[in-house]
Design a protein. Structure first.
Length: 249
């Protein structure tokens, strides 16, 4: 039996109408479950973590000056030696990729050395030496970049304040006894950039291996009668740290 065109179109329309609900159900996302609460309650303490870190730091000095300069040449060879750091902190994980914490770190004493010369005696070096320590408090924000086989790389940034102490500052010219200059405490706004990887070790603990760049500001002494005050500007610290993070679940 042959079908006329109007009858064929009517038959096809009927099949399409019957199939459209099933096709729409496949293409559209499922309707939300009205029995599921929009806000879920996490266990008490979930998301919070504690941390402890140790590390080593190498520093770079932007510039060392005397103020006022009573007749000395510019500093040469000014540098700050390596130091050990130790710190603690507490933080909160907002989701699988964003977390924040507050940390307090102490940088133990490192050796500052420099030399210059009195303009009245060119070529005769004057040697400067001191110990510099720092305590740094930071508020940090991190982005975790996914987890592969228990390894979670991350990047982060922090801002805060650093208190620096200059102690045991000495000045010694050729053949002359060393003279002592009183140190000084100074606080500055500081910032940091971080990157590293966290290694899951179980029981809510992660081993954190990372690098931190820290802009420490400056440090200074009190004014000495013969030389004025020594000012160290633009201290930068490059730190390699190992720590343990323990999460509450």
């Amino acid at each position: 039996m042959t079908l006329r065109a109007p009858s064929l179109f009517a038959a096809l329309f009927g099949v399409a109408a019957a199939a459209s609900p099933a096709l729409a159900a496949d293409l559209l996302p499922p309707l939300p479950d009205l029995d599921t609460p929009l806000i879920t309650r996490d266990d008490i303490g979930a998301g919070w973590y504690l941390r402890g870190d140790v590390g080593g730091a190498r520093s770079r000095i932007g510039r060392t000056t005397l103020s006022p300069n009573p007749g000395f040449s510019a500093f040469q060879g000014d540098k700050l030696g390596s130091a050990v750091t130790i710190g603690i902190g507490a933080g909160y994980r907002f989701n699988s990729w964003l977390r924040a914490d507050v940390t307090v770190d102490h940088r133990f004493e490192s050796r500052f050395t420099a030399r210059n010369a009195a303009l009245a005696a060119p070529g005769v070096a004057v040697h400067h030496g001191a110990k510099i320590s720092a305590t740094v408090a930071l508020a940090n924000l991190y982005f975790d970049l996914g987890t592969w086989s228990g390894l979670t790389p991350y990047v982060g940034a922090g801002v805060g304040v650093a208190g620096k102490t200059v102690s045991r500052y000495t000045i010694q010219g050729a053949g002359a006894p060393a003279s002592n200059v009183a140190g000084r405490n100074r606080s500055d706004f500081v910032w940091a950039l971080m990157g590293g990887v966290a290694i899951q070790v179980g029981y809510g603990a992660s081993l954190d291996l990372g690098y931190r760049y820290l802009a420490l500001g400056g440090a200074e002494t009190r004014a000495a009668p013969a030389t004025g005050a020594t000012r160290i500007r633009n201290l930068e610290s490059h730190e390699f740290r190992a720590g343990l993070r323990w999460s509450f679940h």
